[in-house]
Design a protein around this ligand. Sequence first.
Ligand SMILES: Cc1cc2nc3c(=O)[nH]c(=O)nc-3n(C[C@H](O)[C@H](O)[C@H](O)COP(=O)(O)O)c2cc1C
Length: 221
Amino acid sequence: MAKYDKTEIGISTLLNPVPVVMVSCAGENFAPNITTVAWAGTVNSEPPMLTISLRKSRLSHEIISQTGEFVVNLVNKSLAKSCDLCGVKSGRDINKFETCSLTPIKALNLDKAVAIKEAPVSLSCKVKSVTELGSHDMFLAEIVGITASKYLLDDEGKLCLDNAKMVAYNHGEYFLLGEKIGFFGYSVASSDIFEKRMGYKKERDKYKRLREQGKKNGKKF
Ligand SMILES: Cc1cc2nc3c(=O)[nH]c(=O)nc-3n(C[C@H](O)[C@H](O)[C@H](O)COP(=O)(O)O)c2cc1C
C-alpha cells in the first residue's frame, strides 16, 4: 500500500487536535461549577471572541444561560485529571471544586462567574448570543478579561505558555504538548531570528559562558 493511498472513514467531528478547557461558572442558587469542554474555539480577534458548545442537559448550560457569564480556564498537566473528572461527573451530583480540591476565585471583570485559582490562564467571557445547532447550543462570547499565573511571565512581562505544560485533546485522548518546532512566520524568518526565537542562541550563549568560566577555573571542556 502506498503511503498516501486514501480510504473513506465516515463523517464525524474529526477536526483534531483541539484545546480542552475547564469552563467555570456560578449563579444564584447554584454552587460554583466546572464543566469540561472540547468544542471550544477562537472565532474573532477584535473584539476577542470565542465559542463554547454545550448540550442543553449540562448543568453549566443552565447556569450560563441564567448569568450570561463563564470563564474558560486553560488546562495544564497538573489539571488534566481534574479536567477529565469535570467532564464525566455533573455538578448536579457532586461539587466538582471540592472533589478536585480546586479553588473558586472571583473572575476578572465578571459579576457572577468564578475562575479556577489553580489554572495557568483564565479568560473571563460575556455571552453575546446562543445558537441552537442540533445536539449542542453554541455560546458566542466576548473575552472581557484575562488573568495568568505570574510565573508564566518573563522579565519583560511576556506570557510564555511554552513553559506551562499545556494539554491538548486529540481524538478522545489527552496529550501533553511537546517539542516546539517553529513559530508564526518561521517558514520565512531569517536564520538569526529563527535561532533567537527557538532559544538556540540562548543555549549557545549559555554554553559559551560556561566554557569561558571553566577555562578561567582551569577546567578542560
Ligand atoms: C474531554 C471532554 C470534552 C467534553 N466536551 C464537551 C463539550 O464540548 N460540550 C459539552 O456539552 N460537553 C462536553 N463534555 C461533557 C461534559 O463535560 C460533561 O457532561 C459534564 O459532566 C457536564 O457537567 P455539568 O452537568 O456539571 O455541566 C466533555 C467531556 C470530556 C471528558
